[in-house]
Write a protein that binds this ligand. Structure first.
Ligand code: KG4
Ligand code: ZN
Length: 359
């Protein structure tokens, strides 16, 4: 029986988890900083690292206590060393190194994006371990998070072939920026999804940017189209605040304006993002021998993305349970388990790599 402690501090969640055999979750503790960062409308890097410092020890203690294991029961400590915010990554990595040194447990370096992919190997809490069939190769994986949008072909464990990526904003970043523009709050993805439930996705025909590279994505034109629409609507209504000329990140609709059809804009925007993601993934499936599709990363929590992928693709589509789509340490322990099996061991000289890529 192999037990891995996973540690994740790459952005704004302080997380630790214990996972057995790379799939059975014995504990999964996540201390979210979302309330702390909400007042800034996004993640404030220095606050994030300081909060990780405060939370990391209790979070790890709780992960071990909930799993009812001691240090002697564990086989390795897996920690994310990139990509992410340098100051945040440093906290988790230094704690993992200190623990490895003190306990003699091997240290395993985990790529945060790989961890998102491997969340698909976790046994969902409501599934019988005897009947669980893990993903099989070859497969196509769409990684969609706050910082990344990548279409990857996997022929084996750890074998990643990059098919395409975003040429500008990440999908999650687009959700966050448009949510800010629409005054829907932070984080943007869940807020847009909630607003979209009341809206008509056919209300506005936003661009899909399908004519970039065959498997590439572009969301900046869509973002600008939303900004222009809001500006036009505000002008037409004689808004007090004119956001003309402002960059999207700084703009937001006038809260006194009640006539802006926020729900329709959110629904039409979400439909455009999902359409582009599904279309390019379908293209990749058609061009390769992929037997299934995995969705990974925070945006994989999006209900429309999940349902449209299942509806429009001809191969089985898998995605992790919602709480394992956004940042957590169970996925780190799973990716760490496969690295452990492959014989990967990190030395104490391991550094953080904020710009680490998957391929
Ligand atoms: O993977 P993640 O938790 O952190 C990164 O590694 O970036 O992803 C966070 C991103 C944010 O941009 C957030 O708005 C987006 O995932 N997200 C969603 C949803 N839940 C989170 N986007 C769309 N729909 C959602 N339900
Ligand atoms: Zn993430």
């Amino acid at each position: 029986m192999t037990l891995i402690l996973g540690i994740e501090t790459s952005c704004d969640e302080t997380a630790a988890a214990v996972v057995e055999e790379g799939r059975i979750i014995l504990s999964n503790v996540v201390a979210s900083q979302v309330e702390l960062h909400r007042q800034y409308g996004g993640v404030f890097p220095e606050m994030a690292s300081r909060q990780h410092m405060v939370a990391i020890t209790p979070v790890i203690r709780e992960a071990l206590a909930t799993a009812q294991v001691t240090w002697d029961d564990l086989n390795a400590i897996a920690v994310v060393h990139g990509p992410g915010l340098a100051g945040s990554l440093l906290v988790g990595l230094n704690v993992a190194k200190a623990l490895s040194l003190a306990t003699d447990l091997p240290l395993i370096a985990v790529n945060h994006l790989e961890a998102h992919v491997y969340a698909n190997w976790l046994l969902p809490p409501d599934v019988d371990p005897q009947t669980f069939v893990p993903p099989s190769f070859p497969l196509i994986c769409l990684v969609v998070s706050g910082g990344h949008t990548e279409l990857i072909e996997m022929r084996e464990h750890h074998e990643y072939h990059l098919l395409g990526h975003t040429i500008d904003d990440a999908a999650g970043e687009a959700f966050d920026k448009v949510a800010r523009l629409l005054n829907l709050g932070f984080p943007g993805g869940p807020a847009i999804q909630r607003a979209a439930e009341e809206g008509n996705a056919l209300a506005f025909a936003f661009p899909r940017a399908l004519n970039v590279g065959r498997y590439d994505f572009s969301f900046s034109g869509l973002k600008t189209a939303v900004l222009r629409l809001v500006q036009e609507l505000q002008q037409a209504q004689g808004a007090k605040i004119d956001v003309r000329g402002q960059k999207l990140a700084e703009a937001s609709i006038d809260e006194t304006q009640t006539e802006i059809p926020v729900a329709d804009i959110a629904a039409s925007f979400q439909a455009a993002v999902v359409d582009a993601l599904v279309e390019k993934t379908a293209q990749a499936v058609a061009d390769t021998q992929a037997s299934q599709v995995l969705i990974a990363g925070g945006v994989a929590a999006n209900r429309l993305l999940r349902s449209e992928m299942v509806r429009r693709l001809e191969v089985p589509v898998r995605y992790p349970p919602i709480r394992f789509c956004t940042d957590n340490a169970a996925m780190v322990a799973v990716a760490g388990y496969y690295n452990y099996l492959a014989g990967d061991r990190a030395g104490l000289e391991l550094d953080v790599i904020p710009g680490l890529s998957l391929v």
